[in-house]
Design a protein. Structure first.
Length: 94
């Protein structure tokens, strides 16, 4: 039980951190020139969709029973890694 709760807390913290960084990026977008702001916002929308997917996986993990949660770890890790990599890629371009 403890391992499951620790894993859920860790994944939630990662999602929360990326959401906070995306909020900061949205604030920066307001300062950008119009043409750059449009592209910036498009990319942030894509990241937002990925963040929602990660949150959905987290909810799925929370709802999974003790005997099934470990089977979801690979999926959760994949979604989390995709979000982190997409955000790093986004930040490197803007």
């Amino acid at each position: 039980m403890a391992n499951r709760e620790v894993y859920i807390a860790k994944f939630k913290a990662q999602i929360d951190e990326l959401n906070a960084q995306m909020s900061q990026a949205k604030a920066k977008a307001l300062e950008a020139k119009d043409d750059i702001r449009e592209k910036y916002n498009e990319e942030l929308e894509k990241l937002g969709a990925q963040a929602k997917q990660a949150s959905a996986k987290l909810d799925e993990l929370k709802a999974a029973g003790e005997d099934h949660w470990e089977a979801l770890i690979d999926e959760v890790e994949k979604v989390g890694d995709t979000l982190k990599n997409s955000f790093k890629n986004f930040m490197s371009r803007f």
